[in-house]
Design a protein. Structure first.
Length: 371
């Protein structure tokens, strides 16, 4: 059931940001203030509306916060679906959105001062279909995600500008595009609910802009309880990407786009999961089989996806792919962690080290980023 609880000061915003919150302890007031400004200083606020979706809890739990922003364009709704996943509230919030551009936000996240003004300025000047947020972790430097081409700010390419590495769709999106591309967060998933949403957006949108030197979106580090941070079993880890690889539209992508998506998935999601479990003490029954199934599915889509992997990563991935015993995989991980610089940066093929997705080329690209 979805119910609008209250809404104040209707206007004509250029953008609308949906915040999903599942716990009254989350600092949602900080997130709102970073968009509409501090209470009492909102007359000059940027024309951006905030929709807060209170997920499986009453909006009255945020009564004091709502009163603080009574003069801002903030509306509060409830969604009671009994599902512990951010997909539901994000989908509902996007369905309610009315502004020309829409975006999503975590309740413990915020925008840097000046970020909203910069985003609105780009929307007005350029009207891109998609405008990526620059990212940084709380109290951290800007993140090179995506690691786009130097001085390339408009009409990004999903391959050349490495858009696949932006797993979360943290961007302002033209609202009609959400429906035209069938963008949906995958319902019921504990994690990875944004994998298909983002992959479709980066590969099927025609105009994506990014200004990485602007003030940006801050990923909060002080949440009391984050839905996607809880321990997961291997099925929760691999299902979003296994489902993505099975999508007909992915198989229909040009080869370079398929390979970019598969390389990123293997490097970040599969490799990261294998390393974490091995370092934590080992694998449960069926874990390695599940990882091997995801790796095999990816290689069916992009047979050369392992070529740009470093020699140390290849050793671990080969052990998984070859159904090596758990002990052999664990030994490959130990050697991975102790690898010298050459094995960290070089590929097995001397030619593959020049590939866009090689670790060496990525490391060199970090120099001077962003520009």
């Amino acid at each position: 059931m979805l119910r609008e609880v209250w809404r104040v000061r209707a206007g004509a915003p250029i953008a609308e940001v949906v915040i999903a919150v599942h716990d009254a302890r989350r600092p949602v007031g900080r997130a709102i203030e970073s968009i509409v400004g501090a209470p009492g200083a909102q007359a000059d606020a940027p024309p951006v509306r905030v929709t807060v979706v209170c997920h499986n809890l009453p909006a009255t739990a945020f009564g004091a916060t709502a009163e603080r922003f009574a003069d801002a364009d903030v509306r509060w709704v409830e969604l009671h679906d009994g599902i512990r996943s951010p997909a539901g509230p994000f989908n509902h919030g996007l369905a309610l959105a009315e502004a020309p551009w829409v975006g999503v936000m975590g309740s413990d996240d915020s925008f840097d001062p000046g970020a909203i003004d910069a985003l609105v300025g780009h929307l007005r000047a350029d009207a891109p279909q998609v405008l990526l947020y620059p990212l940084r972790h709380q109290d951290g430097p800007p993140m090179a995600n995506p690691l786009s081409r130097r001085a390339r700010h408009r009409r990004l390419d999903p391959v050349k500008d490495r858009l696949a590495y932006r797993t979360a769709p943290l961007a302002l999106i033209q609202r009609p595009l959400v429906g035209e591309l069938g963008l949906q967060f995958a319902a019921g998933l504990r994690s990875g609910e944004d994998a298909g949403f983002s992959a479709r957006l980066w590969n099927l949108a025609e105009r994506i802009d990014f200004h990485p030197a602007d003030p940006g979106y801050v990923i909060g580090a002080d949440a009391v309880d984050r839905v996607t941070a809880a321990p997961m079993d291997v099925e929760d880890e691999v299902r979003p990407y296994r489902d993505l690889f099975a999508e007909p539209w992915v198989a229909a992508l040009p080869g370079a786009r398929r390979e970019a998506l598969v390389v990123k998935t293997i490097r970040i999601h599969l490799m990261g999961a294998v390393l974490r479990r091995a370092r934590a003490g080992g694998f449960a029954d069926g874990d390695l089989e599940a990882y091997r199934g995801l790796l095999t599915a990816g290689l069916r889509l992009a047979p050369d996806a392992l070529a740009p992997m470093s020699r140390r990563d290849r050793a671990v991935l080969d052990a998984v792919l070859d159904a090596a015993p758990e002990g052999a995989v664990g030994e490959a991980v130990r050697r991975h962690d102790a690898a010298h610089r050459a094995d960290r940066l070089l590929t097995r093929s001397p030619w593959a080290v020049l590939a866009r997705e090689s670790d060496l080329r990525r490391m060199l690209r970090y120099v001077g980023w962003p520009r």
